[in-house]
Structures are given as structure tokens and as C-alpha cells.
Design a protein around this ligand. Sequence first.
Ligand SMILES: [Zn+2]
Length: 59
Amino acid sequence: MAYCPECEASIDMEADDVEEGQRLDCPECGAELEVVNINPLELEVISVAEEDEEEKDNW
Ligand SMILES: [Zn+2]
């Protein structure tokens, strides 16, 4: 079990099932997370999900 650093929701995952560096989305807040540590399981936010704000071709 790990916790989303963004919204602190518990994410159902086992250390055996993930690899360091693996990325996933938080099912609660949609934040993009990366596994930075396996033991203990630790997640880090890569990017927070934002609505209606895409930064591409925005010159
Ligand atoms: Zn979250």
C-alpha cells in the first residue's frame, strides 16, 4: 500500500508489483506519480493533473 503525495489517497499497490521508476496515475486526483522507492513504497508527484490547461503550441 502506498499513498499519493498529492491527495494522500491510499493506492492499492504492492512492492512486488512495481519497479522503481515506474509511473502511474493516482486514481483519486489524477496526478502523475513515479515510484521513487520500493522499500518503503514511496511515490513522488511528476505532474499534477490540470484541467483545461495544456501547455503545447502555446506561443
Ligand atoms: Zn492523488
